[in-house]
Design a protein. Structure first.
Length: 478
């Protein structure tokens, strides 16, 4: 009898522990929003701080320290500052007053990727894990790839990995990521109804030496073919001994036979290795920018022969590069470049900024101008962040000096996301005591007008910060 009582007590204790564990688990249950955007509308500005779809602007509300010691700080339903918020987006760029949280999770940056993307009815993002180990420490080194419907429901964990700097890309059909430990590209099918978060997905390329993810900022659900921007570029080194050349491939997000873009048959004057620096897509036409290094015989000491540009015909039937159609931008490795457009060329960023043109005209130089963090080239000017995170602009015709875009001194949080240009505005999380999303209108930036551009907060402020702000305003009045 004592043995039975003992076993009964132990069973009750285990049941209580199990119930307590379940009670402490994060829940993704949510009530659907009353108003929902159009899942069939085109999407603009994917992969950044702000995304526009169906008359709504979705944006990262602000920054909150995800290296928290309290797991509940990032439980679904708790975050406000780091959440994804939605507001009505009017045709003239003005915003409504119907701010609402759609994804109450902390969205974080990873690798060179920032922010989130929307494809159809799903919002895709990454977030630090809120799980704890046996000692109760929050596993913030674990990255969770997640999605939530645009009505705020259906949240799922797609994939989980103990690597916050993993290279990845969300596409309209798959999550593609690069495992540098085994040199493989993996793809997880996003059409699945459920996911095993520990599963890597399907291997779509092996022996990968380097990978380049094309920006897929725009998405049209009505398009029948896989967008060329969804393709992934990668290189493989030669399998032959003492051959230091490589091959550049493009593969669809769900895999299949890769397309050889540059290989051993591309050039007849020698062997080369290719290093992709940048890419751009205009009208579903892919342009790539890359450095070529020449190798002679069995020597492993290569010689850089230049930085090149090449534009493929529009569509996803990518064919191999025709050497005669390459455009040589520079005889050197430009290392860090940002495309303006294929017609206008690329900007070599960093100190001694230069624009290299694809039409064969001489490069445009700008002395010792340093635009290391270029935002956009528009209205005849560079717009960029200085080392303090403040937006500056400089005229392309060298007719003036660099000027601050505004004089009120707001700084972008460059350690997290920097700033982003979209549809006439610069969006950035202000690095101050509160760290919320703000924006400034490009057309208001003109030092010669005598009118200062206004940096306007666009965010839902949490209760604690709102109380502090009101207290500060009261003190200022007194």
């Amino acid at each position: 009898m004592r043995k039975k009582i003992c076993l009964l007590v132990i069973g009750v204790i285990l049941l209580v522990c199990a119930l307590a564990t379940l009670a402490a688990c994060e829940s993704y249950k949510a009530t659907a929003l009353e108003k929902v955007g159009d899942a069939n509308a085109k999407v603009y500005s994917n992969g950044g701080l702000v995304v526009e779809q169906g008359g709504y602007l979705y944006f990262i509300n602000g920054y909150t320290d995800y290296l928290t010691e309290n797991p509940k700080d990032n439980w679904f339903g708790t975050p406000v500052k780091g959440a994804i918020v939605r507001v009505t987006y009017n045709a003239d760029g003005t915003l409504g007053d119907d701010y609402v949280i759609v994804v109450p999770k902390t969205v974080m940056a990873s690798s060179e990727n920032v922010g989130f993307s929307i494809f159809g009815e799903w919002i895709y993002y990454v977030s630090p894990s809120a799980a704890t180990d046996r000692s109760g420490k929050v596993q913030t080194d674990t990255l969770q790839f997640m999605r939530t419907k645009i009505d705020g429901t259906g949240t799922q964990v797609i994939f989980e990995i103990d690597n916050t700097s993993v290279k990845y890309k969300y596409t309209s059909s798959a999550l593609v990521w690069y495992d540098s430990t085994d040199s493989k590209l993996y793809s997880k099918d996003l059409s699945a109804k459920s996911f095993k978060k520990s599963a890597k997905g399907d291997c779509i390329a092996e022996d990968v030496a380097s990978v380049h993810f094309i920006k897929n900022e725009e998405y049209d659900p009505a398009a029948k073919d896989t967008p060329v921007a969804d393709y992934v570029l990668y290189t493989k080194n030669s399998e032959k001994s003492y051959d230091n050349s490589n091959t550049l491939y493009a593969v669809a997000p769900r895999g299949g036979d890769p397309k050889t873009l540059i290989g051993e048959n591309t050039y007849t004057d020698g062997k080369y290795s290719i290093s992709v620096l940048a890419s751009s897509v205009e009208g579903n036409a892919l342009a790539i920018y890359y450095t070529k290094t020449s190798y002679v015989g069995t020597s492993s000491s290569g010689t850089v022969v230049g930085t090149y540009a090449y534009r493929f015909a529009a569509g996803t039937a990518l064919a191999g590069v025709v050497a005669a159609n390459e455009v040589r931008l520079s005889a050197s490795d430009l290392s860090s470049i940002v495309p303006i457009s294929y017609a206008e060329g690329v900007v070599k960023t960093g100190s001694n900024t230069v624009i290299y043109h694809t039409d064969g005209t001489d490069p445009s130089t700008f002395g010792d101008l340093d635009v290391s963090t270029l935002l956009t080239v528009r209205n005849g000017a560079f717009y960029y962040l200085n080392s303090d995170g403040i937006i500056l602009y400089y005229p392309l015709d060298n007719s003036g000096n660099a000027h601050f875009a505004y004089t009120t001194g707001e700084k972008a949080m460059t350690s997290f996301t920097g700033a982003e240009y979209f549809d006439g505005y610069f969006y950035f999380i202000v690095d101050d005591d509160y760290d919320y999303m703000s924006r400034v209108k490009l057309s208001e930036i003109d030092v010669y007008s005598g009118k200062d551009a206004a940096v306007t907060r666009v965010a839902i402020v949490n209760a604690e910060d709102k109380e502090k702000m009101e207290s500060e305003e009261k003190e200022d009045k007194d």
